[in-house]
Design a binder for this molecule. Structure first.
Ligand code: AMP
Ligand code: MG
Length: 510
């Protein structure tokens, strides 16, 4: 198939030029078009064959529903089983615009379009080209982002061409999109409106109209707790994945820059091609092969606008190791970080300022928390008790994160401890309790996943009082998990934790 490209002035779309695209839509074909969020790949939402073609062109799993684009509110009434007041209020305030609402559906839209769900996602885009196409064709257009499934969403017509040329009938080139990240999705079919995907329209803006709004816990950190599944099927897939390894580095600007440069130096020694996602403020401070500027911290929307293009550029450059600053900006930060963390497969490093190292000795209680609490946590506790002076007022505990019933020590852990003169007679594992994290407590985990798990689950845990052992010790690698390994492996793990704890204790000394 030859894909026809129609160039169009985004501010003043020429109706004549759009006629052909309208005909394609009416006859069940596919047209990619610009919207204010990203480019969409459109087909007639009422025509199940058109929807099937969309899935095929994108290589998209067929259980991942499409968003139906409309140009008039009456179309929402035509396809929703009922239209609650909340939908009317949101439409009054934000439509046309980058907001998608989920409502119960009737039979007008086929299940092929909604990925088999009995709800339908609806949006009224504001981009003049999208509006002209929808109005002139009078077709309700089912459109996901116009990228190959798994690649960053397209923010330029060239991105669509890269992915879909030869697979679809037509691309309307209206230049760069405005926002650069997909629409906010809010589920109005649940008792409390719930954000399923963060976007330009943020929680505060929705709350101004609706009062209480929830955020689907699955979108905040899908890796931290595998039991929480995001409600929008699309958010379950690893989208936006660049070809190389991307890691997000969080922390204060100066420590982040130093940390990234250290990591890049190591990668270079390994012969890797390196890249950094930076801002105009920091771009000259990195020593990697390619620094790409996402935007300007003084104008957070520029970062959203360029993010996907930057990710695609790294693919073109063949970058193998990429690092990104973190962009927890006030308004669109949640949407940026949601996409960036997905692209990074949730690989995050917290850059710590070594000068402000914690003094373990200053805490009243140190809790080692890991897994089921019978292996690394008690070993670490045993080591620390030995390292601290005998009359130390610090209470050292070990806890598990998932302890359905109390268990004795892991036998190999017990053996390794015994050979180092440590014994925990009558030990039984216990699950970490929120009340145990009091004022002068520090919780130490073995890895970042456990730390995130605790931050999510325990209200008393925070970024300051919950830390990862290796990071506290300034080490790159997280503590190894010897579980299922030989006695020697447990021995190695013991020694590694001892070294880490010695470093932590000595770094806290003046
Ligand atoms: P895309 O068009 O590529 O931005 O993908 C559309 C997004 O909307 C995906 O994440 C879908 O899972 C989500 N979505 C569409 N319809 C529904 C629905 N009925 N319920 C929940 N999520 C939906
Ligand atoms: Mg998409």
């Amino acid at each position: 198939m030859v894909t026809k490209i129609i160039k169009i002035d985004p501010d003043n779309p020429d109706k004549e030029a759009l006629k052909e695209a309208c005909e394609i839509l009416k006859s069940g074909g596919l047209v990619a078009f610009p919207t204010e969020t990203v480019y969409g790949l459109g087909g007639d939402a009422k025509n199940r064959y058109a929807s099937e073609k969309i899935y095929a062109a994108k290589g998209r799993p067929s259980d991942n529903p499409l968003i139906v684009h409309i140009h008039d509110f009456s179309e929402l009434e035509e396809i929703a089983a009922n239209v609650p007041d909340s939908a009317r209020k949101l439409a009054d305030r934000f439509w046309p615009g980058p907001l998608t609402m989920i409502l119960p559906k009737n039979n007008v839209i086929p299940l092929e379009t909604t990925g088999g769900l009995d709800t339908v996602a609806v949006r009224m885009p504001s981009h003049p080209v999208a509006r002209a196409l929808l109005t002139l064709s009078n077709v309700m257009v089912a459109a996901p982002s116009a990228n190959t499934s798994g690649r960053p969403s397209p923010t330029l017509a060239e991105h669509v061409e890269e992915d879909l040329s030869g697979k679809i009938d037509c691309i309307i080139d209206g230049g760069p999109v405005n926002i650069g990240l997909e629409s906010t999705i809010v589920d109005l079919s649940s008792p409390v409106p719930t954000i399923l995907r963060p976007g330009y329209i943020n929680k505060a803006m929705l709350e101004e109209v609706l009062g209480e709004v929830n955020i689907d816990p699955g979108i905040l950190d899908s890796n931290a707790n595998k039991n929480i599944r995001p409600k929008a099927p699309g958010m379950r897939y690893r989208h936006y994945a660049p070809k190389g390894d991307l890691t997000v580095v969080e922390g204060d600007e100066s420590v982040v820059i130093k940390k990234i440069n250290d990591l890049v130096e190591k990668d270079k020694k390994d012969g890797k091609k390196t890249g950094v996602i930076a801002t105009v403020e920091t771009k000259d401070m990195y020593h990697c092969d390619n620094v790409l500027v996402a935007g300007d911290r003084n104008d957070e929307y520029t970062i959203a606008h360029n993010l996907y293009d930057v990710l695609r550029k790294f693919d073109e450059l063949g970058t193998e190791k990429m690092y990104s600053e973190s962009f927890e900006t006030p308004k669109i930060g949640m949407a940026i970080m949601n996409r960036l963390l997905k692209a990074a497969g949730h690989r995050v490093i917290h850059a710590e300022d070594n000068k402000s190292v914690l003094r373990l000795q200053d805490f009243r209680r140190v809790i080692f928390a890991a897994g089921n609490g019978i292996c690394r946590a008690p070993m670490a506790a045993g080591i620390l008790i030995k390292l601290l002076p005998e009359n130390s007022p610090v209470e050292v505990l070990s806890r598990g994160l998932v302890v359905p019933f109390p268990e004795p020590l892991n036998q190999k852990s017990e053996a390794v401890m015994a050979s180092n003169g440590i014994s925990f007679e009558g030990f039984e594992s216990r699950e970490l309790l929120n009340e145990e994290i009091t004022d002068k407590t520090i919780v130490i985990t073995m890895d970042e996943k456990q730390r995130k798990f605790i931050l999510d689950k325990y209200p008393s845990a925070n970024e300051n009082n919950t830390r990862v052992l290796a990071q506290m010790a300034g080490e790159e690698l997280e503590t190894m998990d010897p579980y299922g390994g030989s006695l020697a492996k447990y021995g190695l793990c013991f020694e590694a934790m001892k070294t880490s704890l010695q470093k932590v204790l000595s770094s806290g000394e003046e």
